[in-house]
Ligand binder design. Structure first.
Ligand SMILES: Cc1ncc(COP(=O)(O)O)c(C=O)c1O
Length: 430
């Protein structure tokens, strides 16, 4: 069976042949199975995976412990839609135990739902309508926040909605600011603070690769929110559980009021969490409050058992030690190769994440990334894929090491990357 013929069938019945934007590839691939650090297509080709399904795969694909936990759960119970289960109770307890901002937690189905509920909660508790987000951050598909992610240069500083059909009022009520710009933040909050319900951010904007927050910016965020009664929301859908059990907030030493998490919490199973201060969380209608929160599949045993088993694996600190060590080896190795070949490259990243940008100079925010050589970035990834190392073939997208990757995998990746970059340095002016 060829990917091309199967994909033709997909295109006949599914718009574009894929079930989520960004999954389409120039050369279509239909996947058959996954194992550890690898994925296999229907033609039997094997790829070393750094895409990690956009981040959830932190322990490795098809992890036997997670699989056993999910199998046991589904042999015991399925969906009831009333009351709760011990799976849900134990998962919320784990989140509360590990995540500094989490007094209480609610389990929902996706990251989009989590940021949607967090935004509405903030509006309800403050009685204010405006949200602040940052250029380059992505928080899911709802109208409140779907704007100004990877914007074209002419749209920076203006509203750049991510979809047709968005409610104009939603777009108008979301203010977009540059990341790591304390001055712009202070000016906006000083003049409009009385209208602002929440400031929401990816503490590391990983949707544009990896841009680390400056400590002073993070402190300013917390201080301004305290001063003006604004709800601070950290969207840790990517960073949560990938960078540490306590999320990136623990590393940063800044505690938000509300945190959203998904992806790595359940190693590939569909689980997300809204967590935060008890007084805010108690406003949700699950506790009889006035902020509606419901979902048929919320707290599903498949998701909660996978999340519990994933967190239990991550509680063995040697997993993070390995993720961080291999991430650093990949970053340092790629940087050395680029430097030796005299290629302008900054290998950014944190922990298990590494992102080669084809540029030089400092990176503080999205506008700086307009200097990235997109053509070279995509060409590099495309050539890596051809050689069996899967790096998502869009500019600035993250690579993720999982606990199933080995030192030998990183060595192999670096050796392939060296061949590709040497070839590219002859073709491109890098
Ligand atoms: C930071 C962040 N928040 C929210 C979302 C939305 O999550 P989901 O795709 O589970 O709806 C994403 C998805 O990539 C994300 O990266």
């Amino acid at each position: 069976m060829s990917s091309a013929s199967l994909f033709q069938r997909a295109q006949a019945v599914t718009p574009g042949g894929v079930n989520s934007a960004m999954r389409a590839l120039e050369t279509p691939v239909v996947w058959e199975r996954t194992e550890g650090a690898h994925m296999y297509d229907v033609e039997g080709r094997r790829y070393l995976d750094y895409h990690a399904a956009f981040g959830p795969i932190v322990l490795g694909h098809n992890h036997p412990v997670i699989n056993r936990a999910v199998s046991a759960a589904i042999n015991q119970i399925d969906l009831l839609g009333v009351g709760t289960t011990e799976f849900e109770i134990r998962l919320a307890e784990k989140v509360v135990e590990h995540v500094p901002s989490a007094d209480m937690a609610l389990i929902v189905g996706s990251g989009t739902e989590a940021t949607y509920h967090a935004s509405r909660l903030a509006r309800a508790v403050t009685g204010r309508m405006k949200l602040i987000k940052f250029q380059g951050c992505f928080h899911g598909g709802h109208d409140y926040l779907l704007m100004n992610i990877i914007s074209p240069p002419e749209k920076i500083g203006q509203k750049d909605p991510g979809s047709a059909g968005m409610l104009p009022e939603a777009i108008a009520n979301t203010i977009v600011l540059p990341f790591n710009d304390s001055e712009a933040l202070e000016q906006t909050v000083t003049s409009q603070g009385h209208d602002i319900a929440a400031i929401i951010l990816e503490p590391i904007p990983h949707n544009i690769g990896c841009v680390l927050p400056e400590p002073e910016f993070a402190r300013t965020l917390r201080d301004l929110c305290d001063e003006h009664g604004i709800v601070l929301v950290f969207d840790e859908v990517i960073t949560g559980f990938r960078h540490g059990l306590g999320g990136y907030q623990e590393k940063l030493g800044v505690t938000p009021d509300i945190t959203t998490m998904a992806k790595a919490i359940a190693n590939g199973y569909p689980c997300a969490v809204v967590a935060g201060r008890a007084d805010l969380m108690m406003r949700f209608s699950t506790a009889g409050g006035d902020v509606f929160l419901a979902g048929t599949y919320n707290g599903h045993p498949v998701a909660t058992s996978a999340a519990l088993a994933t967190i239990e694996q991550l509680e063995d600190e040697s997993v993070y030690e390995q993720l961080f060590r291999l991430g650093e080896k990949a970053r340092q190795g790629l940087q050395d190769i680029a430097d030796n070949l005299d290629i302008s490259m900054i290998v950014a990243g944190y922990g298990s994440v590494f992102v080669p940008y084809f540029m030089s100079g400092s990176i503080k925010r999205y506008a700086d990334l307009l200097r990235n050589n997109t053509e070279a970035d995509i060409a590099f990834r495309t050539e890596m894929i051809k050689r069996g190392v899967f790096m998502f073939p869009h500019a600035m997208k993250r690579n993720h090491v999982s606990a199933a990757h080995t030192e030998a995998d990183i060595d192999h990746t670096l050796s392939v990357a060296e061949d590709v970059l040497r070839e590219m340095s002859r073709k491109f002016r890098l």
